[in-house]
Design a protein around this ligand. Sequence first.
Ligand code: NOJ
Length: 931
Amino acid sequence: MNNNTQTLPLLFFLLFLFLSFNHIHSWKKEEFRTCHQTPFCNRARSRTSSTSTPLIAADVTISDGNLIAKLIPKAKQEETQPNTNTNTNPLLLSLSVHQNGVVRLTIDEDPSLSPPKSRFQVPDVVVSEFHNTKLWLQRLTQETLDGDDSPSSVVYVSDGFDAVLRHDPFEVFVRDKSNGNTRVVSLNSNGLFDFEQLKVKGEGDDWEESFRSHRDKRPYGPQSISFDVTFHDADFVYGIPEHATSLALKPTKGPGVEESEPYRLFNLDVFEYIHDSPFGLYGSVPFMLSHGKARGSSGFFWLNAAEMQIDVLGSGWDAENGISKLPKNRVDTLWMSEAGVVDAFFFVGPTPKDVVKQYTSVTGMPAMPQLFSIAYHQCRWNYRDEEDVEHVDSKFDEFDIPYDVLWLDIEHTDGKKYFTWDNVLFPNPAEMQRKIAAKGRRMVTIVDPHIKRDESFPLHKEASEKGYYVKDSSGNDYDGWCWPGSSSYLDMLSPEIRSWWGDKFSYQNYVGSTPSLYIWNDMNEPSVFNGPEVTMPRDALHVGGVEHREVHNAYGYYFHMATSEGLVKRGDGKDRPFVLSRALFAGTQRYGAIWTGDNTAEWEHLRVSVPMVLTLGLTGVSFSGADVGGFFGNPEPELLVRWYQLGAFYPFFRAHAHHDTKRREPWLFGERNTELIRDAIHVRYALLPYYYTLFREANTTGVPVMRPLWMEFPSEETTFSNDEAFMIGDSLLVQGIYTERAKQASVYLPGKEAWYDFRTGNVYKGGVTHKLGVTEESIPVFMRAGTILTRKDRFRRSSTQMTNDPYTLVIALNSSQEAEGQLYIDDGSSFNFLQGAYIHRRFIFKDGKLTSLDLAPASSSNARYPVNNVIERIILLGHAFGSKNALVEPSNQKVDIELAPFWVQRKNSPAVMTIRKPNVRVADDWTIKIL
Ligand code: NOJ
């Protein structure tokens, strides 16, 4: 061995330590590109309508049920010869119309003109059912819009809407027929459309780009696309996660707007992210919704997985000068992407729920989670060893705190080789899981996408032999640094590789795994410590010659998909998967849950978690949450308690902490704080039936579990920019407390009907901002008059142990003494619900009588899910007390009404009117009449 070979590994090791140290201990802004340092963004952002080449639509016709056209530069209209090395070749446009108000627009280069390569169109995001919703266009009509010289082509979308292709200048929009044909959403109304066509490299063309020490070869040259999108009659826009910022997106450019970066969509591992920034985090969903008082909501989705930057243009912006005097009630936006094609969807709304339904009809409904996974999760980097696991598990019981899942982070593995166990710390993993499972609990282990390049690691050996890794620009297996040191990354774009990966989760392959073990996918942006911007180089290569730049934002999505499908296979298609992922893309909702990554134990991070989770929900990803307590740093007990009180309402409820932080399991902060945390967790367990019903609603309609207030109260302007409070379903309003030692909170309760304090049952007027006194006991939560929800009030060790427990029904009466609500029940784990094995009830209270109706479609009775649970208590909020009895039919049984505690387990809980022990079966039809 010569000297070099001896010192080289040492140097690498030192370099790695240096990089890891930097990686963990500081987020350096300079590591990431600004728009200014990103040539395509810079070019697009400085374009004005007069410096853009105007395009016109030509040869407009109907073909295969679509409207098709060519887009040609206006000045070149007369030229017929294709031009091989400019940006002036005709582009192909196709517009299709789908049921329920969805219009799809694609624009790409013309393959018959032999572009150097075909551009990447993201596969496996649009669900197959969407293709069946296409309305086969038969004809178009032509009309000349006011002020135009040339015609526009118009096609029917639905009874209320048309889609219009304006020929000159080129513009596409959806218009509202019932509202004087006004535009709803439009593309290129400001003339900023630009499409850089692929070119053959000529002499003198230097397309390479550098950032810090990284060079991007860019063999196909500039290929970006940008255009403006306008949301008409809109006051605000929302969506495009993932950013740590407000729910209503702040303008990034325009008069009076402090110049800011555009919202960036580029999946990155951003350590210690700051709490108010348009900077792109771990995931990207290029879907934006608008909302306004005048019309309601609309939406726009661009299916494109390359880096995207989006400007929200402030009121008064115009495309030529940047400033206009024209008043407007619309929101203009500028969308810029580094590569790909135009594959865009317009959603007409008009309600916020309609837009979300329209979007999820394209990208898929959120998966129905297992019941255990919507309960409380306990995580830490790391639970050290089997003894630690046993200790933490038993402490939950000792302190009477329920939890469902215990998590193991990267240190449980043998040298960061996933699917392995450190056999000193975890010598008996299967037995450990069985012990936990005996209490009805589960475990989760982490499986990241970087594979340790270690010849003795069979997974690596097999992957490299099969050629399953992403390649670098020279065609060798890409080698980057991550937790294990030198690592390679599986090419998850390939269905074959995804299927192979999925097989690794079988019990034979994943030695030491058992049926109660589920999975956590982290670092899947992908995170590469020594890569440009801590990720994979854009010129790395995937199957089919796809450049990483084209697929980057979807890499983590494909990884999540492969893992989730692997778990389905592992359980022979009988067990719903649970996979938490950090990276996300459009469609992620079909594969599992998302958390908002490495937040910090600060009040402002608690606050921003709400708009972040709300935004994910608006874009289909309903099952999400933030690390309770904050990942970095040590929360003061008060912050931790407030975080539990709020986090208990996140759809995904997990506490997690960095390994440098002090231990912070719920019982470590003194008796009082333990009591407060226990109470917060108990509220979530009591509400599990309600949450599960809402998850089913999300699963069938796309409407998220956690909703902005304006989704429930679309005409209430006061709610449009409120992101400190939120709705859980249509019934509960939750207001976080985001400051230390808060004594008061201002809470706006929307609507005309009353609200009931969910702790005391006290009534509050709607349509008013209330100044409320707050105590440490809870954050303000209100139940909306006119709704009914279900609780399970007996506390157990885990959700599984609550299966046979009886229900409590809480009825919050409105001013007409009416209310209604739903309950969905199934086995909580299998796919049998797809065959009708579930209970779905609708409860209606009217004329002094509560009726339980079957909402499930008629199906053969043996497919029904058999349950014997009864309703043990019915609480009536807002009913005049006086009645002493109620009559249950058809059993013709009289039951007592009395004043009883609103929360039976809480000391001093106020007494409310309660029907005691009606003991009706939840699965049956019955009525209960107040006598
Ligand atoms: C980064 C993740 O965001 C964090 O939650 C995790 O604990 C660490 N990676 C270690 O796996």
